[in-house]
Design a protein around this ligand. Sequence first.
Ligand SMILES: Cc1ncc(COP(=O)(O)O)c(C=O)c1O
Length: 369
Amino acid sequence: MKIDKFKVEEWFNKYEKDAVYDLADTCVESLSIEELFEITGTKDKYLSEIFSRKLNYGDIHGSERLKNGISTLYKNQKSNNITITHGTIGANQLVILSIVERGDKVVSIVPTYQQHYSIPKSIGANVELFFLKEENNWLPSLEELEKVVGNNTKLICINNPNNPTGAVLPDDMMYKIVEIAQKSNAYILSDEVYRGLEHNGQISKSFADIYDRGISTSSMSKVFSLAGLRLGWICAKADIINEINHQREYNTISVGILDDYFSAVAIENKDKIIKRNLEKILTGKKILTDWAGANKKIHLVVPNGGTTAFIRYDLPIKSTQLCAKLQKETGVMLLPGETMELDGYLRIGYGNNFEKLKKALEIFSDWLL
Ligand SMILES: Cc1ncc(COP(=O)(O)O)c(C=O)c1O
């Protein structure tokens, strides 16, 4: 299967190792195993549970303990509505490979994670990109979306809260999108990897809870600061999960049992971890918004969820050139909008190391002058 280059990941491969100030990252500062145990308590109990583990394949579709924990992140789901994957990246791929065939129409709402359009394109689907616009606060115009989806779309791909813009769909918009999908009996793949990091503390609805063809993907990476576990999941109606599991048998077998174990422990302590992460995000967001407010060449739609913002800059230079030059001259790494199909914008992550964030933003604004 031929597939387009994954522009964001390739940018990271090329630039991340030399970055002095990495503002391109999307994770809230990751937890160590020790920090995880400090947050969750009873370290000795957990250690003895780990040491006595036999390192076999474990439960093929994920342990009941983990799947039950994940089901508590949704409203109407049980363990048979969930299958465990290799991160959200594995989840998204499995969903698309299970649903999309050559010639199908797929509508992908961009900017987003490139999997959402490049994988269906590689299968031979007719992919339409539906662009979010800054003037709409990065929320979709539903009238336009309805026209693009029409009555022959097989799959709509959405990312909510959105990377890179930080926009969060309000409930009424989500219900309207479901109505639009229903007209063509389309599935909705909702990448909800940032769901739980809404800045007002009100966790968004999941498309898996409000639509019988809604499929939610997520993971431990962002909300739980445990990207190194490489553990994600798909949540949907049981018959959809069974179908996806056919595909899954060919590429997963099972996810590591230690990853499964640590994830279950973290999810059982979700309130504490989310509280820690939201505090960090709100601190970083204040630094970012104060900085943007004081810079005439920068335009920011204040993000309402997730860990990133998508800023517009007033300079006659392509975003890839800007980022390459900025990093070469100052060590500050940003992600160019071009890698997410929108030139003229830059993605900034603000959930990590606030001293560095402040310093890097200062360096960037001096450089812009
Ligand atoms: C929208 C989105 N989906 C999926 C992923 C992949 O995440 P994971 O680490 O869960 O595989 C990312 C990572 O940045 C992302 O931003």
